[in-house]
Design a binder for this molecule. Structure first.
Ligand code: BDP
Length: 579
């Protein structure tokens, strides 16, 4: 999937801004044909969740209707025009000028409709959104409590995961144009041999007449150009890069790839892509970046911000990276859904390694709805890889977070997904994140073992003298069982900002600081642990529950407003070489 681009052949128009909005608690909109236009609506900001924009809609999960108007640009005439939604949670149905374009299920990945033939001079775009929590959706919500299938968290709204089920149009909506005959897709993979790099570019194009492709790669005072005919709409190039400047944390070197489609010597389409030359592999108990062992220091995060909900406005996104850089982190996981395109671009540019995770959080394997959950997980895995495959920042694919995989059906489920991921991308490891540890059977056929650990919090409360030796033994046992590199993908404690205690007590900043520091002390002694991700970078909103004061998870080392807690300073001392 090529991200919309603006050049002499392609154009984009961002439809962000104030839209019309109307909620529909009685579900009348379809019958009353709101697709033709909304009357009596409010104004809402797009992108942003609806839940924090109005007091009436905090816990409302839909349905609700959106509308905007836009003019057709004259430069789109004679070209194909598409609408791209970066993310709508959870169900979206879309009409343009009263004509139904289609629907989409799933909250955190883009979807596109071609609109060329429906466009008028003035256009009316209407979107119906609904985000109910249901057991046969992904992530599943409202899951009946049961020892094998869910934690009995008793959240309101009834999420079966620990973050607020924000709804709405939560990422930018783009209108974009391409030529009719065009480059359809690019796949870039890179390799290293000695001092040299190798960039492989696979190109798919749709053209009716014999045409050629001109490919150029340049950077750091070096350039190469190659031209060859297209065969059946496909072409592959192997571009050797002498003395390659490799990509990695601390050296986010990017080359610039340009692909031109030519017909009778004339360029008819062009796309560009930044390329980071790097390899990422598992070898024995190590994770190798560019053939050297790497330790992932970083965080789980959330796309969560006051007022905008599940949309990180550009300045907030920038601040998250500034905070991670200040601490000396080199990586994060897209807990618990793929993050925005803008986030991935920033990770490429600033040199962060990303564990890219699907929205499969809290899966359960009871028969009811299982086939549907698998179908959705396949769709989301496929769409995530299609969207993110060309980002050098993506270090591995994570198929799920904390599945309740104690039922036998979990094994074929994840075998199926792992196979799909490997068929689509042979260049990256595949993993999933578990709370189970040694009993997690799927680790046998995955490349790395990722576990979340809360000894000293959910067990051994406030007793680090018991929790820390337990962590140490547990990590050893997991390694003995699987003999694969291990990542501790979550650990941490809630700290109410400004709450202090001596001796450290739960919910104080001192306890959070001590727990995180002592975990890192144990992890340092285990050569098979290849990464530690603190839970969480920033405090984030959850549904309401007795264990979530203010409907908040306070495990951030920064507050929801991105202010540091004591643990942030301690982490900076441990991780940032410049302190
Ligand atoms: C882990 C989950 C994460 C939660 C965290 C917690 O993966 O989503 O927010 O626990 O309880 O189990 O803070």
């Amino acid at each position: 999937m090529i991200y919309p681009q603006a050049n002499s052949y392609r154009g984009t128009k961002n439809l962000s801004g104030p839209w019309d909005f109307k909620w529909d608690p009685q579900n009348l909109g379809i019958k009353k044909k709101w697709k033709k236009g909304l009357k009596g609506s409010k104004r809402i900001t797009v992108p942003a969740s609806w839940n924090e924009q109005f007091k009436e809609t905090r816990d409302y999960l839909g349905p609700a209707w959106y509308q905007t108007h836009f003019n057709r640009d004259s430069n789109s005439i004679g070209r194909k025009v598409f609408l791209r939604f970066g993310s709508v949670n959870y169900m979206a149905e879309v009409w343009l000028n009263g004509v139904r374009l289609g629907s989409h299920e799933g909250g955190h990945l883009p979807f596109v409709f071609e609109v060329t033939k429906h466009l008028k001079k003035k256009n009316n775009l209407v979107v119906r959104v609904e985000g109910y929590l249901k057991p046969d959706r992904v992530p599943p919500g409202n899951v009946p409590p049961g020892p094998l299938d869910s934690f009995n968290n008793n959240f309101n709204p009834p999420a079966s995961f620990d973050f607020f089920p924000f709804c709405g149009i939560q990422r930018p909506v783009l209108l974009f144009t391409t030529p009719n005959e065009r480059i359809e897709d690019l796949t870039v993979t890179t390799d290293i041999s000695g001092k040299n790099g190798q960039v492989r570019v696979d190109i798919a194009a749709s053209v009716s007449l014999p045409s050629t492709l001109k490919v150029s790669l340049e950077g750091f005072g070096w350039k190469m150009v190659s031209e060859a005919p297209l065969k059946n709409g496909k072409a592959a190039y192997l571009l050797p890069v002498p003395n390659a400047k490799l990509w990695g944390p601390g050296s986010p070197n990017l080359y610039q790839l340009k692909v031109e489609l030519k017909l009778a010597g004339k360029t008819i389409d062009q796309v560009g892509l930044p390329v980071g030359i790097r390899t990422i592999r598992v070898k024995g108990s190590q994770l190798l970046l560019n053939n050297k062992p790497i330790f992932l220091k970083g965080f789980g995060r959330h796309e969560d911000y006051p007022g905008t909900g599940r949309y990180l406005p550009p300045a907030a996104l920038k601040k998250d990276y500034a905070n991670m850089q200040w601490i000396g982190a080199n990586s994060f996981r897209t807990t618990h859904y793929p993050y925005s395109d803008e986030d991935m671009v920033m990770a490429d540019r600033l040199g962060f390694l990303v564990i890219d995770e699907t929205p499969a959080v809290g899966l359960f394997f009871k028969k009811d709805g299982l086939a549907r959950r698998l179908k959705l997980c396949r769709q989301f895995t496929r769409d995530m890889i299609a969207r993110d495959k060309n980002h050098p920042c993506v270090a591995m694919w994570s198929l799920a977070n904390e599945p309740h995989s104690n039922r036998p059906a979990a094994v074929p489920f994840f075998k199926n997904l792992a196979q799909l991921a490997r068929n689509m991308d042979k260049s990256r490891p595949v993993t999933l994140v578990s709370y189970l540890g040694t009993p997690e059977k799927s680790f046998k056929f995955l490349d790395l073992v990722c576990v979340n650990r809360y000894f000293g919090w959910y067990s051994e409360p406030c007793d680090l003298n018991k929790a820390i030796p337990r962590l140490s033994k547990d990590l050893d046992a997991i390694y003995r069982r699987f003999k694969k590199p291990l990542l501790v993908t979550e650990f941490g404690a809630d700290a109410l900002p400004g709450s202090h205690a001596q001796p450290p007590a739960m919910f104080s900043e001192e306890y959070q600081r001590e727990m995180i520091s002592r975990y890192l002390g144990v992890i340092k002694q285990k050569p098979f642990v290849v990464g530690a991700h603190v839970w969480n970078l920033s405090d984030f909103k959850t549904a309401q529950a007795t264990h979530r004061p203010n409907g908040m998870n306070y495990k951030g080392v920064f507050t929801r407003q991105r202010k540091p807690k004591l643990a942030a300073f301690a982490l900076r001392k441990l991780w940032n070489k410049n302190t």
